[in-house]
Design a binder for this molecule. Structure first.
Ligand SMILES: NC(=O)c1ccc[n+]([C@@H]2O[C@H](COP(=O)([O-])OP(=O)(O)OC[C@H]3O[C@@H](n4cnc5c(N)ncnc54)[C@H](OP(=O)(O)O)[C@@H]3O)[C@@H](O)[C@H]2O)c1
Length: 243
């Protein structure tokens, strides 16, 4: 029997890229999946196409994010949460980074993860599994990506701290750290005539990840059978972190 059969899992940031690939993998494994994202049309499209629970949520709206977790728990049940929402709107040197951009990136990438995780632990009645989607930039420096890199480093600390706080309740918390992945987020850099090839030279496997390759690791960490995995960081990066 597939490892997630019948288990309710909510994915925050589920409409495109890695989040959508996670949804599709979880559905393939028989989970009862909930989808959220900022754009109501995209949430509706994914939810209708796959016959899933859906709710539009901007991760910066703390009250609505908490409501989404609580409603999903009430209406479907709760076993897993994947916090995948992420944004990287600026590629600029830190001295030119507007504070508004810093605030937005931290709100979506880090504070949203904490708000959703806390609501998850509050609503959960039995054991559960939480997966945060970080980045290999969480443990390296990111040139021209100070806010994004700081937010992802924060997620690393958050995942380990939550694993300590909630271990005795049987709530496992892990971080998946993708490297370069071919999604909308990297489209501009991928197609850049100079930076695109330079990025590929940095990756030992010589190509970006496909979103499905990240999704498989997220699903693995959610599976109840992998019951001894908590507080860990799982890089899916084609070897970038080995440098
Ligand atoms: N692509 C990479 O190379 C890479 C590398 C390392 C880590 N990551 C991380 O992986 C995760 C997914 O990235 P991706 O490449 O798949 O990005 P993407 O294609 O740009 O998709 C981002 C997802 O996050 C959602 N989202 C963005 N801002 C949101 C907000 N304010 N509230 C709610 N949802 C929001 C989007 O929803 P809408 O469709 O509604 O906007 C979308 O579902 C992110 O956390 C990213 O930092 C990506």
């Amino acid at each position: 029997m597939p490892g997630l059969e019948g288990l309710p899992v909510l994915v925050v940031g589920a409409t495109r890229g890695i989040g959508l690939a996670v949804v599709e993998e979880l559905v393939r494994q028989g989970a009862r999946v909930g989808v959220t994202g900022r754009d109501p049309d995209r949430v509706r499209d994914v939810a209708e196409r796959l016959g899933l629970w859906g709710m539009a949520v901007d991760a910066r709206d703390r009250g609505r994010l908490e409501e989404a977790v609580a409603r999903f728990a009430r209406e479907v049940g709760l076993y897993g949460l994947v916090y995948n929402a992420g944004t990287s709107p600026a590629f600029t040197r830190a001295d030119r980074l507007p504070l508004e951009v810093w605030d937005e990136v931290l709100a979506v990438n880090l504070t949203g993860a904490f708000v959703a995780a806390r609501a998850f632990a509050q609503a959960l009645e039995g054991p559960g599994s939480l997966v945060l989607v970080g980045s290999v930039l969480g443990f390296r420096g990111g040139a021209r990506l100070a806010a994004y890199t700081a937010s992802k480093a924060g997620l690393w600390g958050l995942a380990r701290s939550l694993a300590l706080d909630w271990g005795e309740r049987g709530i496992r918390v892990n971080l998946v750290a993708p490297g370069w992945t071919a999604t909308d987020m990297t489209e501009g850099l991928r197609n850049h005539p100079r930076l695109g090839p330079a990025i590929l030279r940095e990756i030992p496997l010589g190509r970006m990840a496909r979103p499905e390759e990240v999704a498989r690791v997220v699903a693995f960490l959610l599976e109840p059978e992998n019951a001894y995995l908590t507080g860990g960081v799982y890089a899916v990066d084609g070897g970038v972190g080995a440098r």
